[in-house]
Design a protein around this ligand. Structure first.
Ligand code: FES
Length: 503
């Protein structure tokens, strides 16, 4: 199984499980950076809040992220400028810069031990082919008054053609920050529960959130779940991707600070360094692909390792993990009230989620306190942008439509359980149904329906993470069917392997 460097280097939390029916003004689902920062700000403003986390605080995408905070964006500021306009690109950079400042303020205020530091951010081209991208980004960043510089050498041992350097960005351990902040939340106004997975939201006079053991009744609900839970039209404008990360322990060599992004289109790596005790690590991230649509998921770790060894004196690869992100159709996140009254969302962060998560908290805090927020309109969740969204919308939704073909007869990966190796899974056809069958290391089979409980796509086995991943909207399930993440509320339906053996 994969494991995240950040989670292993962060203190554990010990919040209780929800065991009694309670009520609150605002219920937040999700204990990542978005949920916890929002809970902190709302509780501080005097709102009565309940936060429900399905697993442990920062145990999801936040703890699997890069630990980088920056005003720039994965999509590039000059692309935002050409798709939208100069004012939009400028406001994106400004708003993201303010979110990074808030993290720094909280770290200092509460002395959160999360290795926060200001570092430069670089985007580089290895060949002249990509210099034009760098030139455009330098121009855009300078125009928006970011502290930018053109450079032709990096402090890391990677030969570059051209690079942009932006001073004053930041790095931290995101799991340590979020867990540290969770401990500082005003407990008189905010109750936090772990291991309290919400499997249903009912609209009565108020909103009622059900977990296995109890219910929360709230006037308003914030889905800080990375993508909204349940079925929303917005899911046609959110496209799920995964990316991989390794932490390589170094034998020797320079160990400079900084965020390093490579423009090479085929793999798009990003690098950074981090010290843990006496050990120096370089973290290499990349290998972006659509969720649930690969044949070989493990190859991404191998490619990252090759990349690390190409540039650094690597002693060992100590951690491997991956994370999901959701690309928005028109290039900007969706933050604010959803199409459902009193349900708020924060999603579509692409790979820039730590900064956008904090920015979401700032916006949602103002909205729920009926205060003006200068960024609300920019990221409005209910915006309609057909022209800016059209290209991605058509491409991605045709891709989703294609995934439903996998439910046709004869499209299974195996005809019998014998074709499945130990510790692996395959989709098997059983009496015209698709089953997701996992064979554990002892040879015992675990069978569940392969039909995703969100909107009926057929899930795909992820050999690197031992999970069932849905290619349509990114729901992911454990090998034994329980929900890991994504819009699905319910686990894959269990199936009885004895029924198959009787055939
Ligand atoms: Fe939507 Fe699976 S996530 S159908």
């Amino acid at each position: 199984m994969t494991r995240s460097f950040w989670k292993s280097a962060a203190p554990n939390t010990n919040f209780p499980k929800l065991n009694e029916n309670i009520s609150a003004e605002i219920a937040i689902i999700g204990g990542g950076i978005t949920g916890i920062t929002t809970a902190y700000l709302l509780a501080k403003s005097g709102k009565k809040v309940v936060l429900l986390e399905a697993g442990t605080i920062s145990g999801g995408t936040t703890g699997d992220s890069t630990g980088n905070l920056y005003a720039m964006v994965d999509k590039r500021l000059h692309h935002i400028q050409s798709k939208w306009n100069e004012d939009t690109a400028s406001r994106v950079a400004q708003s993201r810069g303010q979110a990074v400042n808030l993290v720094e303020e909280l770290v200092n205020k509460y002395q959160i031990n999360c290795s926060f530091k200001r570092v430069p951010w670089y985007l580089f081209s290895e060949t002249e082919k990509k210099d034009e991208t760098i030139e455009k980004e330098i121009k855009a960043a300078a125009h928006y008054r970011l502290p930018v510089e053109e450079v032709h050498d990096l402090p890391i041992p990677v030969k570059v053609s051209m690079a942009i350097k932006v001073e004053g960005q930041a790095q931290f351990n995101p799991a340590a920050f979020v867990r540290g902040l969770a401990e500082k939340i005003d407990s008189a106004n905010c109750r936090i529960f772990e291991n309290s997975e919400v499997h249903h939201i009912e609209k009565e006079e108020d909103l009622v959130l059900s977990t296995d053991s109890a219910k929360v009744t709230a006037k308003k609900v914030i889905l800080a779940t990375h993508t909204p839970k349940g079925i929303y039209g917005l899911q046609t404008a959110l496209y799920p991707y995964r990316e991989y990360a390794i932490a390589a322990k170094l034998n020797s060599g320079d160990f400079p600070d900084g965020i390093y992004w490579d423009t090479e289109a085929d793999f798009h790596t990003s690098m950074r360094t981090y010290s843990k005790g006496e050990d120096n690590y370089v973290l290499v991230l990349g290998g972006h692909h659509k969720v649930g649509q690969e044949d070989d998921y493990s190859c991404f770790f191998k490619k990252l390792e090759q990349n690390a060894r190409k540039h650094f004196d690597v002693a060992s690869i100590d951690y491997e993990w991956s994370a999901q992100h959701y690309k928005p159709a028109d290039g900007l996140p969706y933050i604010g009230e959803s199409s459902d009254d009193n349900i708020y969302i924060a999603t579509g962060f692409s790979t820039d989620g730590l900064t956008y998560g904090v920015l979401s908290a700032m916006i949602l805090n103002d909205q729920l306190n009926n205060r003006e927020n200068e960024w609300s309109d920019l990221y409005k969740a209910s915006r309609f942008t057909p022209v800016k969204s059209a290209k991605n919308f058509i491409k991605e939704n045709l891709n989703v439509a294609k995934q439903y073909i996998k439910d046709l007869p004869g499209k299974a990966e195996a005809g019998s359980f014998d074709e499945i190796a130990a510790d692996q899974g395959k989709v098997v056809e059983v009496e015209n149904e698709k089953w997701a069958v996992f064979k554990d290391e002892k040879g015992q089979v675990h069978c569940q329906s392969a039909v995703c409980t969100h909107m009926d796509c057929i899930v795909d086995w992820n050999d690197a993470e031992k999970s069932w991943d849905c290619p349509c909207h990114g729901s992911r399930f454990k090998a034994t069917g329980e929900v890991i993440e994504g819009p699905a509320f319910l686990p894959l339906a269990p199936k009885d392997p004895a029924a198959r053996e009787k055939e």
